[in-house]
Design a protein around this ligand. Sequence first.
Ligand SMILES: C[S@@+](CC[C@H](N)C(=O)[O-])C[C@H]1O[C@@H](n2cnc3c(N)ncnc32)[C@H](O)[C@@H]1O
Length: 235
Amino acid sequence: MSAAELSGATPAEGKRTAKKVDRHPWDWYVEQAWVTHRLCDVVELERHVHYIDPTCGNCTIPQALTDRGFMAFGTDKFQRTNSPLFLNEHDFIGDQMLLIEHWHPLSIVMNPPFSCQDGKLVRGLAEKFVRKALAIATHKVAVLLPVKWLASAGRVRLFQDFPPSIYILSERPSMPPGDKIEELGERLAWKRGKVDYMWVVWDLQAPRLNHARTFWIPPRPKLATDAQLPLEMAA
Ligand SMILES: C[S@@+](CC[C@H](N)C(=O)[O-])C[C@H]1O[C@@H](n2cnc3c(N)ncnc32)[C@H](O)[C@@H]1O
């Protein structure tokens, strides 16, 4: 899937085929804060738990969680932000673990890289992040993924061993490549995307589910959505 497909963004309005946006080598695609706020609206996240986003990029997720009153921090393979919530550069699927990954109680909320490491395609990459998160979290693991991630022979085992709850976003998020947001411009970068996303949530404190449960997250209330559009688009 190309960056343009993921983000729904084209380089210049009216010149759809003029320039192709290349895939980011580390899959740095930035979601908007409302995506995490919608998670907080529908899933009961525990107040006494620490939250880590181990693939935090701009720290969008830790910031949204902090704004909702949770104690949240981020790490990433690369420092992409000066946010005070960013703790360390760290390879989440590497051999070493950070001290904060041993914090208990711990929940993980992340938008992991989908298939790319250093520009190379890695099969089952998102699953590696999910399995690592399931191994170290004590409470919730919430992972933002394209809906198509559910249909896979390779992941049947994961879904059978750990049946999740699935929260489908009925509003498509934009997810522009982080290093192209400036070039694309705010309006184009944050244009609604073309890919359907969901939060896949595991509750490690709850009794194991026998099968996955599916919920739909309704679109944001119209007024809130319109308020974020430029005036001429909202008219
Ligand atoms: C889909 S983006 C997350 C975007 C983020 N939510 C934001 O607000 O910018 C995936 C992120 O995973 C990071 N990443 C890729 N491979 C990683 C690894 N092995 N360990 C930790 N982070 C990694 C990338 O650097 C990128 O920032």
